[in-house]
Design a protein around this ligand. Structure first.
Ligand code: ATP
Ligand code: MG
Length: 382
């Protein structure tokens, strides 16, 4: 306890207070799979200069601090926002729609930390299979910040990137200071070690970037992709993000399907994005009509599907397909999900032709289920 307190610069009583207030929480399930880690805690809120999602771990080597991935602010308009925010050249990168993973090495093995600061057994299993540790031997202080994408994802499943979970590096950072490498350095490292990298569409002067981003966003939107992150090539200025209409609508569709779980802010903010984009793109009536139809459909169709599900099946679950190479990791993942406070059920694992275990993970959407049920029983909406 004293070592953890020292690491974040507080006294032992102050540390206890952080636990009591749930600012610090346990970040992993103790298990031989995580044998290099004795204790690990995560920050559930920003604390001093440490970001939310920061992990503090006592490992076989030492006390480690892995900084949380910083929040990326959003542009609602491209002009004059990009030009106002940056100076000189910017890289226009693909914003991939998966979940944020920081990969680090503790002791002998690799560990995958999700956005909130949990060490995730599902992700760690895949990371250990896909990445060798030569990069971490060469650069022990750096972490790989990746987007984990694919259909077989327990958090953000998406079929446009393929079936299997895959990792795309978008930042390389010092894990203790959070300082990012310049874009060129990141590219060099990904090339040298054979890591997949989020696509860099272009590098342009920030004064013309709004035009380039618009073209890119219109093109990738049609392919169902999420958007872009605009980054200073030296990474001295914080990046900003901008999303396609199709991504905003896909969020709306998901959010209205599980409207009990998703707050009004989540839905309202997506609608506001659509308004500014439609205005800035100077849409003629026909194009605006298409957008209006896309927004309307994403709201209505998914909601009706949920109501139908409650009526016919009684409960709403989000269903995901997962792949485990080891059944022990499956057991560990079940415990991990329970600790995250998710109410879920799992199918019996079935071995495929390669001996790998396929499992269906059903995440119970209690709030949406209860609300729909209540209304269908004839009760009034207060
Ligand atoms: P935020 O990260 O800004 O707090 P959020 O958690 O809602 O917001 P998003 O809206 O998905 O997340 O946007 C930021 C996330 O985008 C990053 O945390 C990262 O996981 C993901 N991402 C995907 N591609 C990239 C990329 N090329 N560069 C940076 N981040 C990317
Ligand atoms: Mg995301």
């Amino acid at each position: 306890m004293k070592e953890i307190a020292n690491a974040i610069g507080v006294s032992t009583p102050a540390l206890k207070e952080l636990f009591r207030r749930d600012v610090l929480r346990r970040a992993f399930v103790k298990h031989p799979f995580f044998s290099d880690v004795f204790e690990a805690y995560k920050l559930d809120r920003k604390f001093g200069s440490l970001e939310e999602g920061t992990l503090i771990a006592k490992t076989t080597d030492r006390i480690e601090i892995v900084r949380g991935f910083p929040k990326i602010k959003r542009a609602l308009t491209l002009f004059p926002t990009i030009k106002k925010h940056f100076d000189g050249d910017v890289a226009i990168e693909e914003k991939m729609n998966g979940y944020n993973v920081r990969i680090v090495k503790f002791g002998e093995k690799l560990y995958a930390i999700t956005r909130g600061g949990f060490i995730c057994p599902y992700t760690t299993e895949k990371v250990r299979l896909f990445f060798d540790d030569s990069f971490f031997k060469d650069y022990p202080n750096l972490m790989l910040c990746c987007e984990a994408v694919g259909e077989e994802s327990p958090y953000v499943p998406s079929s446009i990137y393929g079936e299997r979970l895959d990792f795309y590096v978008f930042d390389v950072r010092d894990r203790k200071t959070n300082s990012p490498l310049p874009i060129k350095e990141k590219e060099r490292i990904c090339e040298e070690y054979g890591f997949k990298m989020a696509t860099i569409f272009d590098i342009v002067d920030c004064r013309i970037a709004h035009e380039v981003v618009r073209d890119v966003v219109e093109k990738i939107g049609k392919e169902g992709r999420e958007g872009v992150v605009i980054k200073d090539v030296e990474m001295k200025v914080p990046p900003i993000k901008y999303t396609t209409s199709q991504a905003n609508c896909s969020d709306l569709s998901y959010g209205f399907k599980y409207f009990g779980e998703y707050g009004k802010d989540f839905l309202f903010s997506r609608l506001i994005r659509e308004g500014f984009q439609s205005w800035e793109f100077g849409e003629v009536e026909e194009v605006m009509n298409e957008r209006a139809l896309r927004i309307g459909k994403s709201i209505l169709f998914s909601m009706v599907e949920s109501i139908r599900d409650v009526k016919d099946k009684g409960k709403i679950y989000e269903r995901m397909r997962l792949r485990f190479y080891d059944l022990e990791v499956f057991e560990l993942f079940k415990e991990h999900v329970r600790r995250m406070g998710v109410s879920a059920k799992f199918s019996e694992p079935i071995q495929d032709e390669d001996g790998i275990y396929i499992v269906h993970y059903y995440k119970y959407m209690k709030s949406t289920t209860d609300t729909v049920k209540h209304i269908l029983e004839g009760n009034l909406w207060s």
